[in-house]
Design a protein around this ligand. Sequence first.
Ligand code: FAD
Length: 700
Amino acid sequence: MPCEAASRFLILYGSQRGQAQSLAEEICQQAAEHGFTADISCLSNQHNYNLDEIRPVVFVVSTTGDGDPPDTAQKFVRKIKNKSLPHDHFSHLRYALLALGDTNYANFCNGGKTIDSRLQQLGAKHFYATGHADDGTGLEIVVDPWIEGLWDALKKTFPSMATSDQQDAVLSDSTQDSFHKTASGQEKNKSDLEVDLHLLKLSEADSQKGKGIESDSRDVETVSAVLVASLKQSVPPLSQSALNVPALPASYLEVRLEQVSTEGEKVPSDKDGYHEVSISKAVQLTQDDAVKTAILLELDISEQNLVYQPGDAFDILCPNRASEVEELLLRLDLQTWKNCAVQVNLLKNSSKKAAKVPLHIPQNGSLQFILTWCLGIRSAPKKAFVRALVDFTQNGSEKRRLLELCSKEGSADYNSFVRDANVCLLDLLRAFPSCLPPLSLLFEHLPKLQPRAYSSASSSLQLPGKVHLVFNVVEFPARPEHPARTGLCTGWLAGHVSSILRRLGTVLASERPGTSALPKVHVRPRPSSTFHLPADPSVPVVMVGPGTGVAPFIGFLQQREKEREVNREATFGEMWLFFGCRHKDKDFLFREELERFVHNGTLSHLIVCFSRDEPDAAGTVSTPTYVQHNLRLHAKNVASILLKDKGCLYVCGDAKNMAKDVNDTLLEIIGNELQIDKLDAMKTVAGLREEKRYLQDIWS
Ligand code: FAD
C-alpha cells in the first residue's frame, strides 16, 4: 500500500440528533493525533464515499423510534438490504462499528445492530469489536474506551489488509485484544493529552489568594466546600490528579453580526413541515393539589387538513425561555447586538474535517431569534464543549474545574454535576464567572433545539378537524447547580394557554377569546409506523398506559366506539386497559370518558390502581400499586390473549421505570403460563415484538 493509503480510513455516521455525528467528528479529530488520515461522511451522502475501496471503515450509528436506524441512515440500510446483493458483496470490507442507544427503550442499539448484522451477512469482517453505548447510563462509559482501543486495532489492521492471507487471524486478534485491554483500563494510550499539574498549582494559588482577602465566614465556606464535590469544585483524589482531557475541538465557524433590520421574523415553520394551528381548548385534567399538573390541549387542524390516526403523535415547536435568552445575551455581553442579523460562515483554514454551517442556524436571522428558536440552550453541554470553554476562561481554578469535568478522571463528576443534574450552558456560565465564550463557540457546540412529541389522544372519527394532546407539566426542583424550572416545552405550553385554561367540568372564567386571539402553536404530524389498532377489529388488545401514557388509548377507544356504532354486525375483540395514577380523586385522567367506554361496551375491562391512596378501610387487602401488579393479578387473561388469541399488547408512557417493570412482568407471566425458563420467555417476547404484537410508545 502507498504510504498515505496505509493509514487512511473512512468514518461513516448515521445520526438522528447529532450525537453520532459529534462522536464521528471526535474520532476524525483524534485520528491525526494517532498518525492516521480519516475521511468522514454522513451515511446519507452516498456520493461522498465508496465502500468498494480497500480501507478500514468505522461506522457510528445511533438508534431512533422503535429501534430504527436514524433517518440519515435509512437509504443506506435499504441499499445494503437489497436481496439481490451476493453474499460476498462486502467480503473485502473491514470495519468497526460503534452503536449508540438507550437501554430505557426497547431494541437497544438496534440501528447499529441492523447495519452490523447485514454487513456480516454480506461478507464484511470486523477489525474491532462492536461497541454498544448506552445513553441511559452514560455513552462515555463505552465510547471512551472504545475509541481508545480503536487506534491499536487500526494499526494492526492496515498491514493485515495488505497481506490478506494473514488477515483473519490478525483481525480476530485485534478485535478481541484492543477493546478488552483498554476497556479494563490496563493499557493507557500514551499519546493522550496529559494535562500537567501546573493548572492544579494555578488553582491552589488562586484559592490561597482568595483566602487572603476574604472574610472569616468565607474561609469556613471554603473549607467545607473542599470536603464536598460540586459543579464548581472537586475533592481529592480528582482535585490532585493529572488529567486526560479530550483534544481541543477545532473551531470552524466565523460569526458576523450586522446592524440591519430583522423585523417581522417568523418562527421556523413551513420548510420543515410545520403548520401554525390554533389551540381551541385547554383543560386542566388534574386537581390543583395533584403532584403533577396534566393539561389537555385541543388543536384545530381543520384549515391545514392535517390527518392522523390514533397512535400517531404530533411534534410541537417550542421556544427557549425569553428570560434565559436575555440572561445569556447579558452574560455574553451581546445585549446590544440582539436584533442584529447573524451571518455564519466556515472559518478559513479550519482543521475540522467536513465542516459545515449547521443547517438549523438560518443566515441573517437575528441573534435573539436564533437563541430563542434554533439552538438547544437548555441541553447539557457535552464534554467537547466543556473542553472548548476552558480556553475562554480566565480564572485558574475555574479552568482546572472545567478540565476536570471533561477529563476521563472526572467522568463521575461530569455525570453527577452536569449530565444527571441537567446543567445547561447558562448554569455553567453562572458557576464559572470568568468564562466568556465567543458566539461562534455556541453555534459550533449547541445542538438544534428539538421539537417535543405528544401522542394524539383522540380519533378524527370522533373529533373531525381536531386533535387532542395531553401532557404533564414537567417540574425540576432547584438544585445547587441550577434554580427550579419547568420542562422547556411543557412549562412554555402551560403559560402559553393560561388565558384559555379551564378546569375539568367548568367553563372558562372570563369570556372566551375569538378565534384570532386563540393561542397558536407550530405542529407537525409524527406518524407511527406500528403503534396502531390491529387492522382486524376482532383481534383482542391489552393496553397498558398509566398517567399520560393513557393518551393514545383514548384515541384507540374513541375510534373503536365509533366503529362499533357504524358497524354493529362486525365482531370486535376484547379491549383491556390497565391504567394507574397517584390518587383516584386527583389525577385519574379521562375518568368519565373511560367509564363511558366501559358502560357502552367499547372497553371490556378497565383495571386501575392508585399508587398513593391509602389501602381499603379495613386495611386487610393488599391493593395493587402499579400497573404491573394488576397485570400479574390478571396474568391468565393476559397470557391467553397474547398466546392463544393472537392478541396485541400496547404499552405507553414512562420509559425509565414503568416500561421495564411491565416487560419483566410479561416475562414472568409468559414463563409461568408456558412453564418455560426466563431465556425462553425472552425469546417468546422477542417473537411477539417481531410480529408487532408487543408494541411500545415510551418516553423519558
Ligand atoms: P424537557 O425540558 O425536555 O425535560 C425533559 C427531560 O429532560 C426530563 O424528563 C429529564 O430527563 C430531563 N431534564 C431536563 N431538565 C432537567 C433538570 N433540570 N433536572 C432533571 N432532569 C431534567 N409526554 C407527555 O406528557 N404526553 C404525551 O402524550 C407524550 N407523547 C410522546 C410521544 C413520543 C413519540 C415521544 C418521543 C415523547 C412523548 N412525550 C409525551 C414526551 C414529551 O415529548 C416531552 O419529552 C415531555 O413533555 C417533556 O418535555 P419538556 O420540554 O417539557 O421537558
